[in-house]
Design a protein around this ligand. Sequence first.
Ligand code: PRX
Length: 668
Amino acid sequence: MSGARTNARLKKSLTKAPNVSDQKKTSASREKRVFKPSAEFQRQANLGSLASYKKLYAESVNSPEKFWGRQAKELLVWRKPFTSVLKWKAPHAKWFGGGKLNVAENCLDRHLGTALENKAAIIFEGEPGDVRTITYKQLSMHVCRLAHVFENMGVVAGDRVAIYLPMVPEAVVAMLACARIGAVHTVIFGGFSSEAIKDRINDCKAKLVITADGGWRRGKIIELKPAVDRALEGTPTVQSVIVLKRTGNEVKMAEGRDVWWHDVWKGGPNTHKAKAFDSEHPLFILYTSGSTGKPKGVLHTSAGYLLGAKMTSHYIFDLKQNDRYFCSADIGWITGHSYVVYGLLSNGSTVFLYEGAPNQPEPDRFWQMIDRHAITILYTAPTAIRAFMRWGDNYVLKHRLDSLRLLGSVGEPISPEAWLWYHKLIGKGRCPIVDTWWQTETGSIMIAPIPGAVPLKPGSASLPFFGIVPKIVDEKGKEVPRGTDGKMIITKPWPSMLRTLWGDDERFQKTYFGDYPGIYFTGDGAKQDKDGYFWISGRVDDVLNISGHRIGTAEVEAALATHPAVAEAAAVGRPDDLKGQALVVFVSIKTGVTADDKLKEDLRAHIGREIGSFAKPDSVRIAPSLPKTRSGKIVRRILKDIAAGRQVTGDTTTLEDISVIAALQTQD
Ligand code: PRX
């Protein structure tokens, strides 16, 4: 059936029946339907039956070394074969010991001289509408040239390189050029402020920074270079900055430090002899928020990470050679690392990259691009899906979307309402949805349905990937009965797990392996149903998930503490229909400071400067003091109730001053 006819039908049925997105929440929340893979999908699937999933899963957990050893041998290109599969001395893992490989070679060179050489590796669409297609051969030449540039600048294996770029192909080139020479990249999301850039650069002591004269977002230029300039006032280790011309925006170039990408690029060799590195050679550091202190530098290494990213991409996205795959996550997050760059390119796929906002110029930009580029797989986040639902079905129904064959979701729990809307409006009832649960720390997807094999239940990430053994436990680590909420742990090591926190192994051990000694604690709450499906409810620690962005309440509190008007601050989340969670901050101010709207705005701007504008709170509430116990501990439970507009529950008798509750409740 043609896409236009499908749409006409859908439109008709939607005008007769209540719109899916308008249905009462309760009806979808009680959704109990199970969506089995269609025979048509199963026939073409990389893994096409539940029985084959179960068989392979059983092997992967019963004989993990045999299983992972075979996968690593078959899927990766080795310069020197590994001699051991796993050395595990909890919490430290060493995978594929004795082996040597080059990650960039696994993503590029291995496809050269094959049918993939002239295939598009990247199709890029800038926000203003500029389109570029880069073949595997061209991408490889770009990467080789930049690898030489890095080497000429004195960057050697093990050095850290910070990347602060918009979503343009050069971001991929920069990451792979690092991998090629064994330099360790740390990509910093373009929404982070100069303070955040400075902290990250200083933590990992980066030598080189790669940035741009700007990027396009909602028709405006994001000023990346001035943010880098401010950050670099306090970063003694940075020797050079490479600046990409993207927007033509005028920027200041520091003599002796800054060079234009196109200048250093000119005339360099297109080939580069890549060295091989140990399996455990560091590949990248990615900073992420935790429940205490500053962001943590999650360290991923080469072979295990690449294997996880490659294998999950193949099975969970059911990748085929003619797929055109669009992941809407920014390269600055782990999703962009694993499912824009490493997992997809190592599989020889075509990746579609989009620079800008989903509603620029209109809220149907994604659907336009999907039709224009015949995208077959879309991987996005529930927060985006909720925004699409809010913008209205008509923006979707204008487009065919008949090239799509698979949809993915990541970053937060997807409600059955959003799942059903995504399935019906975007997937036209035809495309399976893979709800993928994982984390920066896990490196690759841990729980998700393999689409040709595992029946889907809206709202559940379903069953674990091969080799992954999650369990739901109580505080003491005892497994809880099926159907009971508990904390999610992962009991066996897996190849793409984080290896440590950069420069702070003690924090690594304590954060992830401290609650349940020797066992990885995810920080998430979940339950398992009678069929073994996992239903993840979200963080059980003080980490918020705002529009799919992970933000630590401690980080926000530390930022507020540096404001001269603030005596004390606490940050909590409240449920939000669009963002999943919204950030509410409670502040007590110093005597003599006036609590007015200007101060609230000033505090929001301050957080924007300290962390990034995406972390600006939705609500700021000011009171003479915060609810505390007599021993001086802020009672966060009460603040969460107040933020959510709920009646304050639980014991309040231990509070030092009960009147502060009323003072905080009366503000919006
Ligand atoms: O709470 C879980 C939530 O996102 C957290 C990890 O965030 P981050 O490291 O930024 O990585 C996001 C992208 C992988 C998890 O601890 N989360 C992620 N995916 C899901 C999810 N919650 C429920 N369902 C998911 N599919």
